[in-house]
Design a protein around this ligand. Structure first.
Ligand SMILES: [Zn+2]
Length: 247
């Protein structure tokens, strides 16, 4: 399995998941960059996987359905029920697994950013949409803080070597914020230095890795006693998320 990031719009990532010349695309914000990427990779685009219904994740579906022979448009059962994803053909729920080119793809429901948010996990790769970013998390638009913190706690139980492919290139700003939460955490300084030089050289900061996220991401560390400082986990998460909203 090969994963190819496809930058879209100003800071979104779509991803090609390639197996034996056939590809699925995760969260195509726009069709054109994805069409260029499949041409360049010499693969056939056959599936579209959506993590949630926001326009900057689903905007390319229409154009891809027009241009390619798409066999499945997958998204959550919640988004299907509310007809929020154009052309959706498959409604997925927590714990479901489907097969893509011989690989098992597991679905995790991770509500909070939206109520229909799901993650795709396959062969050690996590597509986390706007729920888990590298060193950050998405805003809580539709769910509750408790729901979002539980979704992130679910994701952090994935294996330490899990590669994190997220919906946006927000890493440098996220790490600057993380430093305000934990000024004395050397792992954050190291990650910030690496992310800053990666961006200066025009490289992506994806994929992240779960073990580093556990050491640097305040939204996975909200219940660490050094961060919670006596607050209950949800109160701690709420305080950090609130501070990030106005950072
Ligand atoms: Zn979103």
């Amino acid at each position: 399995m090969k994963i190819i990031p496809v930058p879209c719009l100003s800071d979104n990532y779509a991803y090609l998941v390639v197996q034996d010349g056939r590809a699925a695309v995760v969260d195509p914000s726009e069709a054109d960059p994805v069409l260029v990427a499949i041409e360049k990779a010499g693969v056939e685009l056959v599936e579209i996987w959506l993590t949630h219904h926001h326009w900057d994740h689903v905007g390319g579906i229409e154009g891809l359905v027009d241009e390619c022979r798409i066999e499945a448009v997958r998204g959550s059962a919640y988004d299907h029920k509310h007809s929020r994803i154009p052309h959706q053909t498959v409604a997925l729920s927590d714990g479901e697994t489907f097969e893509f080119g011989g690989a098992a793809v597991d679905i995790m429901e991770i509500p909070g950013h939206t109520l229909g948010a799901i993650a795709y996990v396959t062969e050690g790769n996590l597509f986390s949409g706007d729920t888990l970013f590298i060193a950050g998390c998405g805003r809580v638009f539709e769910g509750t803080m408790e729901m979002m913190s539980q979704s992130l706690a679910k994701l952090r139980d994935l294996p330490l070597t899990t590669q994190v492919w997220c919906g946006h290139e927000y890493t440098v700003n996220n790490l600057r914020f993380a430093k305000t939460v934990e000024p004395d955490n050397p792992d954050i300084d190291l990650a910030l230095a690496e992310a800053t030089s990666a961006r200066a050289e025009g490289r992506h900061t994806v994929p992240g890795r779960m073990d580093r996220e556990l050491g640097t991401n305040p939204f996975l560390r909200f219940d660490d006693p050094r961060i919670a400082r006596g607050r209950d986990p949800v109160a701690s998460f709420t305080a950090i998320r609130g501070a990030k909203d106005s950072f």
